[in-house]
Every structure is written in structure tokens, then in C-alpha cells.
Write a protein that binds this ligand. Sequence first.
Ligand code: 13P
Length: 293
Amino acid sequence: MNGIHILKKAQKGKYAVGQFNVSTDEHIKAIIIAAKDLKSPVIIGTSEGERKFIGTKQAAALVEVWQKEAGLPIILNADHCKTFESVKQAVDAGYSAVHFDGSVLSFEENVKVTKQVVDYAKKKNPELLVEGELGYLRGESVVHKKIKVKPKDLTSPEQAKEFIEKTGVDSLAIVVGNIHGVETKSDLGTDMKNPPLYLDKLREIQQAIPKTFLVLHGGSGTPDEDIKKAIKLGIVKININTELRIAYSEELEETIKEHPEEIKPYKILAPAVEAMKEVVEEKIDLFGSKGKI
Ligand code: 13P
């Protein structure tokens, strides 16, 4: 089953498929085991930095092996590619989805490069899922202090329509109050409660481009109620990274503190993988993709 088919099914069934970002092969394992246990389709994502660490061809090969073994619908997405070259590298390595993020470019330039990306990807593989981005998404996948979303950051429904017509992307990453990362309200720890989404804006965008797969980046820390409403309003793919990073690194730190004598990597890493898996399971449940394979 290809990515377009997986998201079409989600659009029809009114649920969302999670994209979970990875840096290492044990992260892939945590996500795929969670998806397998819950019989859910899943998307593995790698940003340019994550891809540089794990290796582009290596990530594609690992996911292919897991896909055969788990027998699940799994998409591998090159998240936030900033250049055509970066997209090309992922497509050539066998990724099943690419996301070109031209949001820092002018609208015209974003359209131009995104169209080039669509042409290249679809020529190589017509079933490859291509995502574009419109609007200014603040933050990065870390814990940070307050981030203020400004009205001009939000995706314009009119521009979205023009963008889809001119580029032919399958999916669109939109900005409706979402941010990358989670906010901490004090120095005492992570609050995990990001500001609410502008759901009216999401409704307008969905009405302007009803066939396009709508993508919510910055899923970490978004209130559960907003996630549920966003799915009802047409979001079919939700990206999660920071919450996985927090679960993994906090558990790793804890294990090393509690067992300073342990040197077997598979013992040190196992609880962190389990912590990551638990977050993935919670999100799959929240997104409604459980049992949808
Ligand atoms: P978070 O780190 O906020 O979950 O965002 C992840 C993301 O959008 C990856 O593209």
C-alpha cells in the first residue's frame, strides 16, 4: 500500500496517521513495534539532521526490512527538505514520501521549487507522496520558552488553493497556531501544553482545498482536544518529534543514573526504547489510527 492510498483511507475514515521522527535504528524499532501491536499504519520521518546521522540509504534499507517483517503499511518521509538536492537524495535512496519546506522562500519561489520536486518525484515513482509547506512554522523540536505565533504566520486559504493548483502536491503542511517543540512555562520543567490551534482557519483551509491531505506539524504538546477537533476538520497526518525525544532522553538519563555499572548498550537503551514506544502508542490511540491496517 502506498502513501497516497494510506492517507486517502485516513481522509475517508476521519482519522490521522502519525509521523514519528527518528535519529537511530532503535527509534525505528520502537515506532514499528508500537504500530504493529496496535495494527496501525505509520509514517517514519527523518529531518535533514536526523537523516545525516542515520544515513539516507541506511534509513531506507532499515524501514524496508521492518516493513517486510512487520507486514504493515509504513511510509518513510524525508521531513523538511530545504533544497531540491536534499529531496533528490531521499527519492533516489528509495524514500516513499518527501516534504519540501520552501516556507522561508517567497511564494513564487516556493511554488517553483515545489513544482520541480513534484515533477522529479512523480517521474521516478508516481506513487511517491509529496508534501509542500505554506505559512511560517515557528520553533524547533526542543523544549523552549514561550513562542508567539503571529497572524501573518498562518496559512492563507486563498494562497493554499493557488499553491495546490500550481504545484500538484498531494499534501500540505499548514500553520494554524501550531509550533515545533513544546513550551515550558517555568524553569521547573516541561508544561507540555502549547497554545490552542486556530480551528476556524483550519476549516477555511480545508474548504479551499478539500482533496489535499492536510498535515499538522508540531504535534508535540498540542492539547488532545485540539488534536481531536483538527482531525474532525480534515487533518490526516500529524508529526510528532519533541515528545519522543523527551521520553527517550529522560529515560536514558534515568537508567544511567540508576545503573552506573551497566555497560551493555542493549540493556542501557532498552528502557528508553520502551518509553518512546509508549508515547507512540498514546498518539496512535489519540489519532484514531488503531486497527486501521
Ligand atoms: P514536534 O517536535 O513539535 O512534535 O514537531 C515535529 C514535526 O513537526 C516534524 O516535522
